[in-house]
Structures are given as structure tokens and as C-alpha cells.
Design a protein around this ligand. Structure first.
Ligand SMILES: Nc1ncnc2c1ncn2[C@@H]1O[C@H](COP(=O)(O)OP(=O)(O)OP(=O)(O)O)[C@@H](O)[C@H]1O
Ligand SMILES: [Mg+2]
Length: 317
């Protein structure tokens, strides 16, 4: 069977929701857009489902996305643990991370090497000033920047869009102290440079990425997921220049594929979302699997059994 056929078969049992009752013994349940969390005092069990969110709205599911994201996040944590401690304890199931519970900082730290995606949309709309950063005056879409830039956002409550913010305003509003913010940004830059290096070894460009940080026992720790196709953009490196020079879109191995499709349908997070066709979902699943293959050097194996069943079998006590 081809990967497409495997993904197609898997779609019949897409993993989008959890029988919370069956896992209630693991802690208080909290449903994020993509992950379901079971919160203990010191630990969290983070179950990554196949749900896809775009523009902060859960829109559909992408076959095998959860397991692929989990695998990439786990390996990315391992490959960066010399830079900063992360929250990962272990991986009891392909869709699950057991992590240390942190006090999350109320911001997301987005690092960018290229001007694209939401930042390009901000530049075009004349609203990029909110970040209070310097961009070249004649900047073009998908242009590479010599210096990394940081475009933070607030971490909004459920149902509210994250808002762009500048470092200055983060401190002014007392969201994070200047000292802690400086430390956080410095580490985020180091993490990004490592991510870039690892991507380059796989023939990819790490375009931009989002980090979340938290504090555990007074210490800064990187949490959530890192360097995944949900939190990052990846482009195919050897086609970058030619496509950029010709003003063509880049070959993307990440969630931006579906954002572009949605924008084409006139949807950007408000109003009634369009129905997402099966082919669009399978195309994105193939992109996620390709990213797994390139970054981890191993083909993603579509599970043959029912993910939910193996999850309960593993986690039921
Ligand atoms: N170690 C940790 N300690 C505490 N919270 C964490 C930790 N790691 C991740 N989180 C939080 O867990 C949630 C992960 O779930 P998910 O990504 O599905 O939610 P989200 O859609 O990003 O956000 P939300 O639904 O909370 O607005 C995020 O709110 C993230 O900040
Ligand atoms: Mg999240």
C-alpha cells in the first residue's frame, strides 16, 4: 500500500476526540485546540490529537498529524536540551508526552528568518509596526533577513485570537519582567539557530517558529511543542532562491499549506469556515509525513490499529 492509501484507511478512525471519562484518573482534563491535557499537580499528560486548528479555530482533522507532531517535538526537545531544559519526561504512547507542569509565560515567542505568513500579511496591511522592529524598507514576500527578528504575541484565552505585541509593551504591561523576557528571547534565538542547522542538514529551511516558555521551581524551561509543522514553517531549501526570484510560492512542508487554501476560499478565522475536502486533508497529511521523513531520517509508519484503543490500553490503570 502507498502512504496515501494507508492515510486514507486511517481516516476512518481519525483521532479527534478523547473519552475523557476513561482517562479521568490521570488528572483534571483541559481541552486545547489540538491537545487534550490531563493536569496533575506536578505533571501533565499531553495527548496530541489529529485536530487541525488554523487562525485559532479547530477546522478539521488531518490523518496521523498527532503522532507526527509528537514525534518531531520529542526529537526536537532531545536535540536542544543542551541549550535549555525542556518539560519532557517521557513518551508513553506515540501521541502522548508526559511533561513537567510549568507556570506558562503569558506570551508566545515567534522567531523569524524570513518575512512571510502573518508577518507578510501585516506588512501588506501596514500593521507590522506593532512589533516595533526594523524591517528593510523595500522588503519582499518570502525575503530572507540577515538578522533574526522576534515578533511576540500574547497567549489569549480560549476563543480569543492571540494578539501581536512588542517586547517593550510586554514589559510595560507587566506580562513578563524585562530580565526574564531578555533571557527568554536570547534562548529562543539560540533554539532557532539550532533548529535552522538541523533543518539545513535535512535539505530544509526553518522559516519561522513559535516557542512557549514556562517556569518550574524558579527556572525557565521551554514547554509545549517545538520545531513541529504546527508551530513552524519549513521550506524546501534547494528550490528557495529560484522560486523567490521568480516571485513564486515556496514549497512548504507545514500548516501554511492549508492556511493558503483557506485564504483562497475567503476564510481567515472569522465567520463560517468552508468544508475542507478529503484531498486537501490527505495532501497536508503527506506534507507532515514528508517532514517527519526528512527531519527524523525515518519514514512515518501509519499505525495499523485504532489509535484511541491503544491509547486507553496504554494509559488505563
Ligand atoms: N509544561 C507545561 N505546563 C503547563 N502548560 C503547558 C505545558 N506545555 C504546554 N502547555 C499548555 O498546554 C496547551 C497545549 O494545548 P494546545 O496547543 O492544544 O492549546 P492551544 O490551542 O495552543 O491553546 P488554548 O486552547 O489553551 O488556547 C497550551 O495552552 C500550552 O500553553
Ligand atoms: Mg498550542
Amino acid at each position: 500500500m502507498t502512504l496515501r492509501q494507508d492515510l486514507n484507511r486511517y481516516m476512518e478512525s481519525d483521532f479527534t476526540s478523547i473519552d475523557v471519562e476513561r482517562l479521568a484518573h490521570l488528572g483534571d482534563h483541559r481541552k486545547g485546540k489540538v491537545r487534550d491535557l490531563f493536569l496533575g499537580d506536578k505533571e501533565i499528560l499531553m495527548v496530541t490529537t489529529d485536530r487541525l486548528s488554523a487562525f485559532d479555530v479547530v477546522l478539521t482533522s488531518i490523518p496521523c498529524k498527532g503522532a507526527i507532531l509528537n514525534a518531531i517535538a520529542v526529537e526536537s526537545f532531545r536535540r536542544t536540551e543542551d541549550i535549555i531544559e525542556n518539560h519532557l519526561i517521557d513518551v508513553p504512547h506515540p501521541n502522548v508526552m508526559r511533561v513537567r507542569r510549568a507556570e506558562p509565560l503569558p506570551i508566545e515567542v515567534i522567531i523569524r528568518r524570513y518575512v512571510t505568513g502573518s508577518l507578510w500579511r501585516d506588512v501588506e496591511a501596514g500593521t507590522a509596526g506593532v512589533y516595533e522592529i526594523d524591517l528593510p524598507a523595500d522588503i519582499k514576500k518570502d525575503q530572507r533577513l540577515d538578522e533574526l527578528i522576534i515578533t511576540p504575541s500574547t497567549k489569549a484565552e480560549v476563543g480569543i485570537h492571540d494578539e501581536p505585541i512588542s517586547r517593550r509593551v510586554i514589559v510595560e504591561e507587566g506580562l513578563v519582567t524585562k530580565e526574564l523576557l531578555d533571557e527568554t528571547c536570547e534562548i529562543a534565538l539560540q533554539l532557532f539557530k539550532r533548529g535552522e542547522q538541523l533543518a539545513a542538514e535535512s535539505g530544509l529551511i526553518l522559516v519561522d517558529t513559535k516557542y512557549e516558555f514556562g517556569v518550574i521551581d524558579g527556572k525557565l524551561v521551554v514547554i509545549d511543542e517545538i520545531h513541529t509543522a504546527d508551530s513552524s514553517r519549513y521550506w524546501v531549501a534547494d528550490e528557495y532562491q529560484e522560486r523567490f526570484d521568480a516571485g513564486q510560492p515556496q514549497r512548504m512542508l507545514d500548516k501554511e499549506n492549508i492556511r493558503q487554501w483557506l485564504i483562497g476560499e475567503g476564510y481567515m478565522g472569522d465567520g463560517e469556515p468552508p468544508e475542507i475536502p478529503m484531498d486537501v486533508r490527505l495532501d497536508l497529511a503527506e506534507k507532515y509525513a514528508a517532514l517527519h521523513q526528512k527531519l527524523l531520517g525515518a519514514e512515518f509508519e501509519v499505525p495499523s490499529g485504532d489509535v484511541q484503543k491503544t491509547l486507553y490500553d496504554t494509559l488505563d490503570s
